[in-house]
Design a binder for this molecule. Structure first.
Ligand SMILES: O=P(O)(O)O[C@H]1O[C@H](CO)[C@@H](O)[C@H]1O
Length: 296
């Protein structure tokens, strides 16, 4: 079971060392591309890219729309690393494995994590194609103990009982709202609460009604474990959900969701998401203090 698995500090360090010896980039920002959003990496200049299968210790991507490539490069002069493909619990990875890259990034000197995902909307005001700034999340697997932080705590990364109340950075949230206004896409961008469910099946109607009543705005099968691990080790986090479908909440509704449809909306909106994320990175303040980090 997941909580018995352990990954030693040296395993994260070995992967970080391998990557740093194979690229000259020293990224301060890491981006995780959600389903159908892999092209976020295309804007990086002077790329060095690695298939996950070539990186020691990395899990493999198995989901369509997640290429399985780690891309380093510069965006508006800032060094970044981009995961073209994330790992999900439903693929059979342990939660420690799904979040493995986050601690590797920390050890490489990354300070800010940008997570993106595809999600279904529960909120009446969120339509497919809308973009939701994640203001908070509900980690359903985490609430019942399926949490990557279960097991012995690695104090070198963070405390046993980390606070999650401020896990999505408010400053970056405000900056993104401003950027959306200036880009003339404020009408597409809203804020809301993301809930992670285990998947891989989409929700039943009764489950959808429950999520709606609980105040969930958008639902997906990822992100929360990454954000928990990132917050535990002190990374600043910003998150965006691309709304790819309405979650069916009525027995009268004959629509149903499928992964191809999710990827299609990703493709249609990828350019806007790319522009928003590029502008955010370009305008965010980062502390380039010789890449000092306290997790080694
Ligand atoms: O969260 P990301 O990876 O964007 O993907 C979302 O899209 C897939 C379902 O279509 C699920 O994996 C769900 O989590």
């Amino acid at each position: 079971m997941h909580s018995k698995e352990q990954i030693g500090h040296d395993e994260y360090q070995n992967t970080a060392d391998w990557l740093m010896s194979h690229t000259k980039h020293r990224p301060l920002v890491a981006i995780i591309c959600g389903s159908g959003l892999g092209m976020l990496a295309d804007t990086l200049k002077c790329q060095d890219s690695f298939d996950y299968s070539d990186i020691p210790g990395f899990p493999q991507s198995t989901v369509q729309g997640h290429a399985g490539r780690l891309v380093f490069g510069e965006l508006k002069g800032k060094s970044c690393v981009c995961m073209q493909g994330r790992f999900h619990m439903y693929e059979g990875h342990s939660l420690l494995k799904t979040t493995f890259p986050i601690r590797v990034f920390k050890l490489m000197g990354v300070e800010t994590l940008i997570v993106t995902n595809a999600a279904g909307s529960l909120a009446d005001g969120l339509q497919p194609g809308d973009i939701m700034i994640i203001k908070d999340h509900i980690n359903f697997p985490g609430l019942v103990g399926l949490n990557p932080l279960c097991g012995p705590n690695d104090d070198k990364f963070g405390p046993r009982f980390p606070a999650m109340s401020g896990c999505y950075d408010k400053g970056l949230h405000i900056l993104m709202m401003e950027i959306a206004k200036q880009m003339g896409v404020a009408g597409l961008v809203q804020e809301g609460v993301y809930a992670m469910v285990g998947g891989p099946n989409f929700e039943t109607i009764a489950e959808a009604k429950l999520l709606h009543r609980l105040g969930v705005d958008a639902v997906g099968m990822s992100t929360a474990p990454e954000v928990v691990v990132a917050t535990h080790c002190g990374l600043r986090v910003f998150g965006l959900s691309l709304i790819t479908n309405k979650v069916v909440k009525s027995y009268e509704d004959s629509e149903s969701v499928n992964h191809e449809g999710v990827l299609e909306v990703g493709r249609l909106r990828s350019h806007t998401v790319q522009q928003l994320v590029t502008e955010l990175i370009s305008r965010m303040e980062i502390n380039n203090n010789e890449n000092t980090n306290n997790a080694s």
